[in-house]
Design a protein around this ligand. Structure first.
Ligand SMILES: *Cc1c(COP(=O)(O)O)cnc(C)c1O
Length: 354
């Protein structure tokens, strides 16, 4: 949601004449870092996808390496691995939290495995403690795709502080936005490498140290992100309130489960509809004008773009999820009346199907 404050901030930056990466980006990085990742270094880039790509390159991932990823996620997770020249190795999810299944990760480890890249899907933290144990056991790294999980925690520890690096997306549909953008939280060593990669390999102007990209964030975008940082906590609270209302009032569908110790930020509120999910979504839209979404209808290992990386490993929890999931509107923009209408519609449809 973009308000008056964001418009004012953009106008202030445009009038200043300093509009490319500059002081606003530096302030946004500092504020984001202290807000979400306990002051770990944070580096702003032009998208979440760039953040993942640069984080992986900074960590030295490349041809010949394997990185274990869930198949049940947005394609950007595996795309970023593939773009480094490494092989994304798809594994199944845990059916309760929809996050990567640590036992499936363990079964997929080979001599080439360099890292595992869990996704905090829908805003629910992945099983970071189990993954960190595996990482120690097999000497592999853990990274984080936190695109959907600004502010999510595991036993009070925020996502973005577990992996060697973590990426947060700032795309408009995410829990907060900079219009387009991404933030990489990392160790100081990796953060410096990401800073070099986003700006042609330069720390000092025209003294290029490595071959890099232009994936900088502009001060105009950072100004929007800084304002959003002042609002995101109250939005997360609204998401949680809406989720609690759904938890207490929905009947006849599978409501989202939360792992012990996990604090969900409900980027999506995702239910399961075991019978005729697609008919259910169409009826919600056509009969009740409720806009529900399916994230994601095709698992990555069956996408035309990524199927070449499929290994033939069976993923029953993933296949079931792609058939059953429906995400209901849970964002802070919905009114009390809207969420009541969602409950009435879902309960009527679920009751009619029973
Ligand atoms: C949105 C998203 C991304 C990519 O972020 P962009 O800012 O859109 O590039 C990556 N992974 C997941 C899980 C996402 O939801």
């Amino acid at each position: 949601m973009i308000g008056e404050e964001e418009r004012t901030a953009v106008d202030r930056v445009l009038r200043s004449g300093m509009i490319a990466q500059g002081p606003e980006v530096a302030s946004f990085e500092e504020e984001f870092s202290s807000h979400f990742v306990r002051s770990r270094p944070a580096v702003a880039v032009n998208s979440g996808t760039s953040g993942l790509h640069l984080g992986l390159l900074a960590a030295g991932i490349g041809p010949g390496d394997e990185v274990i990823v869930p198949s049940f996620t947005f394609a950007a997770t595996a795309n970023s691995v593939a773009l480094t020249g490494a092989q994304p190795v798809f594994v199944d999810i845990d059916p309760v939290s929809y996050t990567i299944d640590p036992s499936a990760v363990e079964a997929a480890v080979t001599g080439r495995t360099k890292a595992v890249l869990p996704v905090h899907l829908y805003g629910h933290p992945a099983k970071m403690n189990e993954l960190n144990e595996l990482a120690a056991k097999y000497s592999i790294a853990v990274y984080e795709d936190a695109a959907q999980a600004h502010g999510a925690c595991l036993n009070g520890k925020p996502v973005g502080t577990f992996g060697e690096f973590a990426m947060f997306s700032l795309y408009p549909t995410k829990n907060m936005t900079s219009v387009e953008g991404g933030m990489v939280a990392a160790s100081e060593t990796l953060a410096r490498q990401v800073r070099l990669l986003r700006n042609q390999g330069m720390e000092q102007q025209y003294h290029n140290e490595i071959v890099g990209f232009n994936t900088r964030m502009s001060d105009v975008h950072a100004a929007v992100g800084r304002v959003q940082l002042t609002k995101v906590d109250s939005w997360t609270q609204s998401r949680r309130d809406n989720a609690r209302f759904f938890d207490e009032n929905l009947h006849g569908v599978g409501i989202p489960m939360v792992d012990q110790g996990a604090q969900h930020v409900y980027h999506q509120y995702t239910i399961r509809v075991p019978e005729d999910r697609d008919g259910f979504v169409s009826a919600l839209r056509d009969k009740y004008s409720v806009g529900a979404g399916v994230y994601y209808p095709i698992p990555n290992h069956r996408l035309p773009s990524l199927a070449r990386y499929a290994t033939g490993t069976e993923m029953p929890a993933t296949e079931q999820a792609v058939r059953e999931v429906v995400s209901l509107p849970v964002h802070p923009g919905i009114s009390i009346r809207d969420r009541e209408r969602v409950v009435e519609a879902v309960n009527e449809l679920a009751g009619a199907g029973a």
